[in-house]
Write a protein that binds this ligand. Structure first.
Ligand code: HEC
Ligand SMILES: [Zn+2]
Length: 173
């Protein structure tokens, strides 16, 4: 009799353990980083074949894809890719989802290339490309600009130049 009781107890314990187990973690697909996803598409579609080709860059056939105006104009990037037939770029078919992610990736390139401040030290954000900036560092490098009673700080001279051309377009960002 005690043996049966023992077995019964054991079975109960096993059930309890199974029932109490945590639900499975979210699937990785739900946690995907959009920028990483964009990079995957950029790589799979061989965008770098032209856009990082030194000869094509030097000849001006393609312009630097990490220039600040690209970082500020998601609409321009999306429109270009949507209506690529109307440009001199060969047509590359992208699904709506691919278009979304690859545009996010491209518009993040400038920030990723020039941002030097880490989250710990940053006390400002570039109004043009959203790069993190450390005010003291920007001041030292002459990368600050006052407009409308506010001072703006930049991670690179290109962004400061873009801002100075049309401060009103960026000052509320
Ligand atoms: C075979 C070469 C080639 C490939 C591959 C290519 N591009 Fe382009 N791309 C060009 C050229 C040339 C232009 C300039 C065309 C124009 O402005 O009319 C251009 C322009 C662009 C622009 C407009 C922005 C700018 O710099 O003026 C974007 C955005 C862009 N390409 C994104 C992509 C993406 C994303 C991919 C991959 C899915 C890609 N390209 C693949 C040749 C290429
Ligand atoms: Zn910037």
């Amino acid at each position: 009799m005690t043996i049966y009781k023992g077995i019964l107890l054991l079975v109960c314990c096993v059930f309890l353990v199974i029932a109490c187990e945590k639900p499975a973690e979210e699937t990785p697909a739900q946690k995907v980083d959009p920028i990483e996803k964009g990079l995957e598409i950029y790589t799979a579609k061989k965008c770098a074949f032209c856009h990082e080709d030194q000869e094509m860059l030097a000849s001006g056939k393609v312009k630097d894809i990490a220039r600040p105006v690209i970082a500020t104009d998601t609409m321009f990037v999306q429109t270009h890719l949507k209506f690529v037939e109307a440009s001199q770029m060969p047509t590359i078919k992208l699904t709506g989802e691919e278009l979304h992610f690859v545009s996010l990736y491209i518009t993040s390139l400038h920030r990723m290339k020039y941002q030097t401040a880490t989250e710990e030290v940053a006390d400002a954000v570039c109004p043009v490309c959203a790069a993190l900036v450390q005010k003291s560092e920007a001041l030292e490098e002459g990368l600050s600009f006052s407009f409308g009673g506010n001072t703006y700080y930049f991670e690179c001279a290109e962004c400061m130049y873009v801002f100075q051309q049309a401060p009103v377009a960026f000052k509320n960002k």
